[in-house]
Design a protein. Structure first.
Length: 138
């Protein structure tokens, strides 16, 4: 959110957009996700965020949305993470796909996708310390 705001400073909405909203503005809804298998010890969640950019007309909205998307692409699809005070943490989010489209009159959508991997819960077992093998040759 902060990265987009730095590129396009305007009013930002994170809850529902009110009836008489400020133009231009950005609306960040909650991202949705779906999961898939990844490795034998992890699963992958793919997140999808549809940021709406409102402007005076569709051309201006699409132009600004494309400018933001190009800025992300120029940084190799890497968005730095920040803490609550706005200081970069050193962590980052790698965007797997970013695209723009005109949604309505004066509205453009910036579609952002990224993947995250999570470990499966594993039961703790005591480690094996000694193995005695008795075998013979036939």
């Amino acid at each position: 959110m902060s990265y987009f705001y730095k590129l396009f400073p305007c009013k930002v909405y994170t809850k529902e957009v009110p009836e008489n909203f400020t133009v231009p503005c950005l609306y960040f809804p909650e991202p949705f996700s779906f999961d898939s298998n990844d490795t034998i010890s992890t699963f992958k969640k793919t997140y999808n965020l549809s940021v709406k950019l409102f402007h005076k007309n569709s051309q201006q909205a699409n132009s600004e949305a494309e400018r933001i998307a190009d800025a992300v692409r120029e940084k190799r699809n890497i968005i730095p993470m920040i803490d609550i005070n706005g200081v970069e943490t050193g962590d980052y989010l790698r965007i797997s796909r970013i695209e723009t489209k005109i949604a309505d009159s004066g509205v453009a959508i910036i579609q952002v996708n990224w993947d995250s991997r999570y470990f499966y819960d594993r039961e703790e077992w005591p480690s094996l310390e000694n193995i005695d093998m008795v075998s013979g040759v036939k």
